[in-house]
Design a protein around this ligand. Structure first.
Ligand SMILES: [Zn+2]
Length: 363
């Protein structure tokens, strides 16, 4: 069984308003799930609009990440309120929590991404973290969300840093799926990999222009947010579990194990993971194009103010046994690093990180 896409997708500047009749058909008592303060105004608008449709609406917020503590607390709130759907309105952590909770309770989930930071509004996947943001595992869900509402006016209000992060996460689709899936003899997987290549090209060419001037009349902005929030999700939907994440996300998951004072977005960490994956390909798979790819990526990442070293993620790999901890987590049995089509050992990870940090930070 493969769930390729949400059942219904509303996109564009008026998506939320257009979706309202569908929502009222689907649910009588939704719970709006959110998290951060800066999206509160939007969630209040969503609440008011649903109240005006005579729905019985409740609110709940995550206290932490998409973690078991919040998930079980919110589940109890929904059971107490008798809510018949979850409307997850926020970034990746909120969307992932909403999808997982709705699946556990067998009620529909409506995703309303409030930034372009991930494709979590689309996918049948939830990443579970600890309260402190340390990655635990990802859970494959039975289906994609019932409805995805990708409202451009909502996404316009998000900080630009979320868009840069979404670009890095969407770029990873190509670097990861092409290396794990290029030898898979399945037409749909091949097509998913090709879509991710077009997606990468579009982001490399137009990504920077998305940040220029007013969003309203900037087609590069709308194309870029849809590339990050919609196309990246489609690649995962068509490619399914065979079109896998690889080393970039394995490094991401390992970096989250080190708790730092400042939190970084998912895509910001994945971006550094892509650079490390390419160095690993160069070292262990004799990939002569890796260095070119790194130069090309660094150009865009620096313009977008994305971190390009582990140190810029607030982690000094040369202290507190951090390197050992990162290598252990990256190389653990369940890690995505093992989807790479060439053999590596834990020492290779230590070596690639050491060389990368020394070279990129010019110690
Ligand atoms: Zn990701």
């Amino acid at each position: 069984m493969q769930s390729i896409s949400p059942e219904t997708i509303f996109r564009g500047v008026d998506a939320w308003r257009k979706a309202l009749p569908q929502i009222t058909k689907l649910t009588k008592s939704p719970l709006i799930l959110g998290r951060s303060d800066y999206t509160l105004d939007l969630r209040n608008k969503i609440f008011k609009d649903l109240k005006n449709q005579n729905l019985n609406v409740n609110f709940a917020n995550l206290n932490f990440d998409c973690c078991y503590e919040d998930i079980s607390r919110i589940k109890n709130i929904i059971l107490r309120n008798n809510n018949d759907s979850v409307i997850a309105a926020g970034g990746g952590k909120v969307l992932d929590s909403g999808k997982y909770i709705a699946e556990c309770l067998d009620i529909p989930c409506i995703t309303v991404p409030l930034s372009a930071s991930t494709c979590a509004g689309w996918t049948a996947l939830s990443n579970i973290y600890t309260k402190n943001g340390q990655f635990i595992k990802d859970i494959a869900l039975r289906s994609c969300p019932k409805v995805l509402i990708y409202d451009h006016t909502f996404i316009q209000t998000a900080p630009l840093r979320t868009l840069a992060s979404g670009i890095a996460d969407a770029l990873a689709k190509w670097y990861e799926s092409s290396i794990t899936s290029s030898r898979i003899d399945d037409g749909l997987v091949q097509q998913a990999v090709q879509i991710s290549r077009v997606l990468r090209d579009q982001l490399l060419i137009d990504g920077e222009k998305a940040f220029n001037g007013e969003f309203e009349n900037n087609p590069f902005w709308s194309n870029t947010i849809e590339a990050c929030g919609i196309t990246a999700g489609l690649v995962g939907g068509i490619g399914g579990e065979k079109c896998r994440t690889a080393a970039a996300h394995a490094f991401h998951n390992a970096f989250t194990q080190i708790i730092t004072p400042n939190k970084f977005f998912h895509g910001e960490i994945v971006g550094v993971g892509i650079l490390l994956q390419l160095r690993l390909e160069e070292m262990k798979n004799n990939n002569k194009l890796a260095n070119q790819s790194i130069k090309q990526l660094l150009g865009l990442m620096k313009i977008l103010n994305l971190p390009t070293t582990i140190a810029q993620l607030g982690i000094d790999v040369f202290e507190n046994n951090n390197l050992e901890k990162i290598a252990d987590f990256t190389y653990r049995d369940k890690s995505e690093i093992h989807f790479l089509p060439f053999e590596i050992c834990k020492q290779d990870i230590v070596e690639v990180i050491t060389n990368f940090e020394k070279q990129e930070t010019k110690i």
